[in-house]
Design a protein around this ligand. Structure first.
Ligand code: SAM
Length: 361
């Protein structure tokens, strides 16, 4: 563990603070309201599209107090949504305590201080036991990654036997704990799990969860990504539009309005309004113009885009004793340099300097 720095002024919780400077924006005018924090790059799954299966964790983990200090800095600059991720965040001991601490923070740039939107992304393997404690600690929402509703296909993707039942139990426990509607993320890979699209629609309707299909991006440890393997938004829409769910008179998808301008998913339901499907299409329909996100890696580096070629050492500065003011100014400078957009599929595209599992998805 990296030792904590001496107490600094920014240790005060961001409760009822009156902002004295404009909120955090990048040089393209995008407000940065959403911070994803990886608390480990260890993972207990070895999903074929993400990891080679040969390598383990590569980067340090910080003490929870360090993540909390960095999160406070961002909240004081205008961040209102925090998503804890990894690696697999449920592998971190003490995670529930971290959630409890973050849940005490309040927004700074709203007319009245409000609780943050505090979410977690997990593979669900350890969720059944942790859903209620996480809810009780103040977690607002949860996303579970599940790439097949057929147990054998699921095992072929995760390369962990008998994991499907545990993840399903985790999803149900999260719904039961009041963390619903649970979002279930599925990355579709041609030839692996694209046969599951309609079954996922039924799953959404039956379990009361929001299923979100995500286009596969070139963020894997291996070099296996190809455009041909990406199942695109158009294909998914076409398949589901032709599908008639059980008990519904007619086939056809019904588009739903976006919840917010920065929402990444296009939303759909069926004729009877049961079930919700979101499609996140960073490859075929990039949404960089509305990006409101930055990321903190498990070793405390800021990443301004999933596809950044470098990261920026916030934790190092903090641990070497920079003041809150100096750190805030550093964050503002780094965020100014946030990339306009990614360049997936363009000539000269360079893979990012870290893969998804080591950034935090
Ligand atoms: N272990 C947690 C989980 O499984 O949700 C959190 C980390 S995981 C990296 C976060 C999400 O990123 C998962 O939904 C995973 O499917 C997705 N993901 C991983 N590699 C991806 C890629 N190359 N393209 C798109 N999504 C990816």
């Amino acid at each position: 563990m990296i030792p904590l720095p001496a107490t600094e002024p920014f240790d005060l919780p961001a409760v009822g603070r009156i902002p004295t400077a404009p909120r955090l924006r990048d040089s393209h005018g995008r407000a940065i309201t959403d911070l994803r924090v990886s608390v480990t790059d260890r993972c207990n799954f070895r999903c074929v599209y993400c990891r080679t299966g040969k390598d383990g964790a590569q980067y340090a983990e910080l003490a929870h107090a360090d993540y909390l200090r960095m999160i406070r800095l961002f909240v004081e600059l205008g961040v209102e949504k925090i998503r804890l991720t990894g690696g697999e965040p449920l592998l971190r001991a003490g995670l529930v305590d971290l959630v409890r601490e973050i849940a005490q923070l309040r927004t700074v740039y709203t007319p009245n201080p409000e609780p943050l939107d505090l979410a977690l992304t997990t593979n669900g393997h350890l969720l059944a036991e942790m859903a209620q404690p996480l809810k009780d600690a103040g977690l607002s929402r949860i996303t579970v990654s599940m790439d097949a509703v057929d147990p054998e296909t699921f095992t072929a993707i995760t390369r962990v036997p008998r994991s499907f039942d545990r993840v399903l139990a985790g999803i149900r426990a999260a719904s039961g704990a009041g963390l619903g509607p649970v979002k279930v993320n599925c990355v579709l890979l041609r030839g692996f799990n694209d046969s599951q699209i309609e079954a996922f629609a039924e799953f959404s309707r039956r379990e009361g969860v929001i299923v979100r299909f995500i286009e596969w991006m070139p963020l894997e440890e291996d070099r296996s990504w190809s455009r041909e393997a990406v199942v695109t938004l158009d294909e998914i829409v076409q398949r589901l539009d032709a599908y008639r769910p059980e008990g519904v008179d007619a086939a056809g998808l019904v588009a739903l309005p976006a919840n917010s301008a920065s929402e990444t998913a296009r939303r759909y339901t069926f004729a009877d309004g049961r079930g919700e499907i979101g499609i996140v299409a960073p490859v075929s329909r990039p949404f960089c113009g509305h990006c409101s996100r930055v990321r903190l890696t498990s070793d405390g580096k800021i990443r301004t885009c999933l596809f950044s070629q470098m990261d920026h050492d916030l934790a190092g500065r903090m641990i070497r004793g920079a003041t809150g003011e100096q750190l805030s100014s550093y964050i503002r400078t780094i965020v100014q340099g946030k990339e306009a957009r990614h360049h997936i599929g363009e000539p000269g595209f360079e893979k990012p300097s870290r893969s998804m599992v080591h950034i935090g998805g």
